[in-house]
Design a protein around this ligand. Structure first.
Ligand code: ATP
Length: 594
């Protein structure tokens, strides 16, 4: 008898199959809405994680990703086929999901007592596989997986294998799920914004889905800022001139050093446990034991969520290193060695939670005062240097020079009365870097959505990439340039390997493009790009019709700076709106010069 508190896994497989052949975002949302509406609340969190290709929220360190070899062996075992036959098929198809589907379809062992797979069974088995470690772990993983496959229908096998090898690639992202949840439980997509606000302070979309399904809107009340659940970081707008800053922010504000490192959100538990989360909300505690220890010593309270920037420095001179050097620390092995070579100092600038109390709605001035109160500075843990005062244009310009001279990127301007707007790029924080000429000197972070095959020297690799900005309003990526410059020969040669796992057969549903790429990618990889200027474009879809009818905006002469922004998710890329602002700024400077 079917369990009313569970869902046949076949329902998911069927929905994934339909999602794969959909290229419209609205169709995707309605497929997901239908799925979530018919899912029993007891398993809706699991359904959400699985649909995102995971078994836990992103910030939980629970990696699936089993090796190819093991996956192929499990398929052979479940289907009764020789391993060599399965391997040969894999060479032919190149997709482990399709191989599993084919093998189960043609299996020689017939399971007479086949048990229907359910969401609970699949999910629990995947969690078991992810958690198993130790000497006999390979064996346990193999048995668990082949056990699942033995009971699977061919289509189910396809998706189980794609999930377990982290290649589900349905193109469903958190924002798409929020849209679907708003439609399923709150009466329409116009309510997504409200859900998004909750999600920004508690980005566990499975839990959000569950309370909504169980208790409706009222359930959201019980979700609160919590230790172990990273808050989405507050972000900054940018302005170029001191005079504009004074115009926008008034004359009294906080100007803080803008350090060039990695954003770190540090959670401290009453028992002294410390965990660090990145700008993308991944748990990055492991590579930074020095930061963990430093915070444990410097924090004089019971529990806290701290926001700051970790920066690598030269242990011989004390000089701050730029961001690239810090990236040596982001590794699994050799942590100790790198810790000596590239020690880190954490500059704290915010306090979001203290001793069990949420502080995000308190004014910055108060949060900063509390922060100063609970942190005893040391060599490794410092308060971000800042000045809260009345400013004039001249003073602010001078302070910027000082900041640049000290090896920081410039200043962060903050409204002392502002609340902490999680996940929002608002005007309460403004970046102020060196002054700019009319040309584009500041890099942008763009998402690769497609590729074009190279010729001549570039035969066999990509000759250019199709790059896009992000539009959070519609949750889509809009093209802004084609880039083939700035790569070293080595970087060029690596491109096919880097993009291999993101290649899809058709344009991704969230990509808006008038250009046909040779190869389409799932929007995933973010690159730092510098261009000459922003121009009107008859083809690119960025800001289409926004500054001129029937025209978009493009970046002219784009070059890769060599910096892969793996610390950014595609939704953290430069937004369409930012490009519009940069374009307007450019026009203003040009007209002033005349
Ligand atoms: P963004 O994070 O705004 O998308 P980005 O990663 O390219 O853009 P920047 O444009 O350099 O970064 O500026 C924002 C980042 O600056 C913050 O996310 C944070 O990591 C860093 N930062 C350094 N110093 C400070 C500070 N005092 N206050 C806030 N953020 C700071």
């Amino acid at each position: 008898m079917p369990d009313e508190r569970d869902l046949p896994f076949g329902v998911l497989a069927e929905c994934y199959y339909r999602l794969e052949s959909t290229s419209g975002r609205l169709d995707m949302i309605s497929l997901l809405r239908d799925l979530l509406s018919r899912t029993p609340p007891d398993v809706i969190d699991k359904v959400v994680y699985l649909t995102l290709g995971r078994v836990a929220p992103e910030f939980v360190d629970l990696e699936l990703g089993i090796g190819e070899k093991l996956a192929l062996r499990a398929i052979a075992m479940a289907s009764g086929m020789a391993e060599s036959k399965v391997e040969a098929k894999y060479k032919e198809l190149g997709d482990i999901g399709l191989v599993a589907e084919w093998a189960i379809q043609n299996r020689s062992v017939l399971a007479f007592l086949k048990e229907e797979l359910t969401v609970n069974r699949v999910f629990n088995a995947l969690v078991k596989i992810a958690k198993t470690s130790g000497p006999s772990s390979q064996d346990i993983k193999l048995k668990t997986l082949s056990g699942l496959l033995a009971d699977a229908e061919p289509l189910e096998a396809r998706y189980i294998m794609r999930i377990i090898t982290e290649k589900l690639r349905l193109g469903v992202r958190d924002m798409t799920i929020l849209d679907a949840l708003a439609e399923a439980f709150l009466g329409g997509r116009q309510r997504r914004e409200m859900l998004e606000r909750k999600y920004n302070t508690y980005p566990d979309i499975g839990r959000i889905a569950r309370v909504l399904a169980e208790k409706g809107e009222a359930g959201l009340e019980e979700i609160k800022v919590s230790l172990g659940v990273p808050i989405r970081p507050m972000l900054a707008q940018r302005l170029r001139e001191a005079s504009e800053i004074l115009e926008k922010m008034g004359s009294r504000f906080l100007a803080e050093m803008k350090y060039d490192g990695e954003r770190m959100q540090v959670h401290v538990w009453p028992d002294g446990r410390v965990e660090i989360f990145s700008r993308r909300l991944e748990n990055i505690t492991h590579p930074y034991p020095d930061v963990r220890e430093g915070v444990r010593e410097a924090f004089k309270g019971e529990s806290a969520i701290l926001d700051g920037e970790g920066v690598a420095f030269n242990p011989d001179t004390g000089e701050l290193y730029p961001f690239q050097e810090l990236m040596h620390r982001r590794r699994k092995y050799g942590v100790e060695e790198m810790m000596e070579k590239y020690p880190v100092v954490l500059f704290l600038f915010d306090l979001l939670y203290l001793n069990g109390e949420e502080l995000i709605d308190r004014p910055l001035e108060e949060r900063r005062r509390l922060l100063e109160h609970v942190i005893e500075e040391s060599d490794r843990i410092k308060l971000a240097e800042g000045w809260l005062q009345e400013w004039t244009t001249e003073e602010l310009e001078k302070r910027l020079e000082l900041a640049v001279e000290r090896g920081t990127e410039g200043l962060m301007i903050k409204d002392p009365a502002s609340r902490y707007q999680a996940g929002v790029r608002g005007w309460s924080w403004v970046k102020y870097k060196r002054s700019y000429v009319s040309k584009m000197v500041e890099p942008v972070d763009l998402v690769a959505v497609g590729g074009f095959w190279g010729r001549g020297k570039r035969a066999g690799t990509y000759g250019a990439l199709l790059l896009a900005v992000y539009d959070p309003g519609t949750d889509t990526f809009k093209t802004v340039c084609k880039m083939g410059t700035g790569f070293t020969d080595e970087q060029l040669a690596q491109l096919p390997e880097i993009f291999k796992e993101y290649v899809i057969e058709h344009r991704h549903p969230s990509v808006v493009s008038n250009i046909e790429a040779d190869v389409w990618f799932v929007p995933a990889k973010v690159l730092e790009v510098i261009g000459d200027e922003i121009t009107l474009s008859p083809v690119h879809t960025c800001a289409w019709g926004k500054v001129k009818p029937d025209a978009g905006l493009a970046i002219r002469f784009p070059r890769f700076t060599g910096r892969w922004r793996d610390d950014k998710s595609p939704q953290d890329a430069t937004t369409e709106q930012e490009i519009v602002e940069m374009y307007r700024e450019q026009l203003r400077i040009i007209s002033e010069k005349r």
